[in-house]
Design a protein around this ligand. Structure first.
Ligand SMILES: Cc1cc2nc3c(=O)[nH]c(=O)nc-3n(C[C@H](O)[C@H](O)[C@H](O)COP(=O)(O)OP(=O)(O)OC[C@H]3O[C@@H](n4cnc5c(N)ncnc54)[C@H](O)[C@@H]3O)c2cc1C
Length: 249
């Protein structure tokens, strides 16, 4: 039933955590932006596990880059009433779990032509696939510029903030735009929903831009409608376009 081990767990903020999971067969080749299913039985008890119950499986975007072979990194939000995340949240180093053999998904940068302005738009844990893409560097090398827009509730929820600020200071083509939607007296940056960051020099243009949307479906639906109305076309494997969408629920 189990084929992987939890190597590491790091709390970002209450209900938000990073885990590193190493499949027994090692980390397979994959493209930055893809996802894999993880699973656990409905509850952890030796008696139940001996009966080999049906696993609860869910999809998770991989945050690590394909060259990190010490495990898949995932960034996960605890859904209090959820079937799987309360159990994932309880895992400790050395615990066993299931990870699917196959990494899948078409939310990748492979088909972006060179010289484009690229927007990575995310809410919450929707930042995960972009971390994999940015650690891989290919997208930065081939694009005119890359803008990462990350919307969270509180500034303490800004996972990967140091890594992204550091990248922005070293790489002039990379721009990091975090925004915080709830009352947070310590925060001096942008406020409000991530969709409101598309203004002034960040106004989208279908001729020059490729836009990726990942995370909360309310944000995705709102932006998708606006972007389709100004000439963007949805990307699919069969029909390449400049609007790439990954809805988490
Ligand atoms: C392609 C893909 C990639 C995904 N990658 C990630 C990821 O990298 N990190 C991650 O945390 N989740 C990710 N998800 C969501 C994940 O698959 C699960 O739906 C989520 O972890 C909840 O599982 P659960 O069994 O605890 O909740 P369920 O019992 O399945 O309840 C689902 C409900 O939880 C809520 N929900 C689901 N995901 C989230 C979330 N991220 N934040 C807040 N509320 C949520 C929604 O209300 C949804 O209706 C991804 C989903 C897809 C389809």
């Amino acid at each position: 039933m189990y084929n992987a081990t939890l190597q590491n767990r790091e709390e970002v903020a209450p209900g938000l955590f990073l885990i590193k999971v190493l499949p027994d067969a090692g980390v397979p080749d994959f493209l930055p932006g893809q996802y894999v299913a993880m699973g656990l039985p409905p509850e952890r008890s030796a008696a139940l596990e001996a009966r080999k119950p049906k696993l609860i499986k869910r999809a998770y975007s991989i945050a690590s880059s394909p060259h990190e072979k010490d495990g898949f990194e995932f960034y996960i939000a605890l859904v209090e009433e959820g079937a799987l995340t309360p159990q994932l949240n309880d895992l400790k180093e050395g615990d066993r779990l299931f990870v699917a053999d196959k990494v899948v998904g078409a939310f990748t940068c492979e088909e972006i032509p060179p010289g484009k302005r690229v927007f990575f738009v995310s809410t919450g844990t929707g930042i995960a696939p972009y971390i994999s893409m940015l650690r891989n560097k290919k997208v930065l090398d081939k694009s005119d510029s890359v803008h990462l827009l990350h919307g969270v509730r509180y500034s303490s929820d800004l996972a990967y903030r140091d890594e992204l600020q550091n990248l922005a200071s070293r790489q002039p083509r990379f721009h990091y735009h975090p925004t915080v939607s709830r009352e947070d007296p310590t925060w001096t940056g942008e406020r409000g929903y991530v969709q409101n960051l598309f203004k002034e020099e960040l106004t989208p243009h279908a001729e020059t831009d490729h836009i990726f949307l990942c995370g909360n479906p309310a944000m995705i639906n709102e932006l998708e409608e606006k972007l389709l109305a100004v000439g963007f076309t949805l990307h699919s494997r069969k029909k390449p376009g400049n609007l790439h969408v990954e809805k988490y629920w």
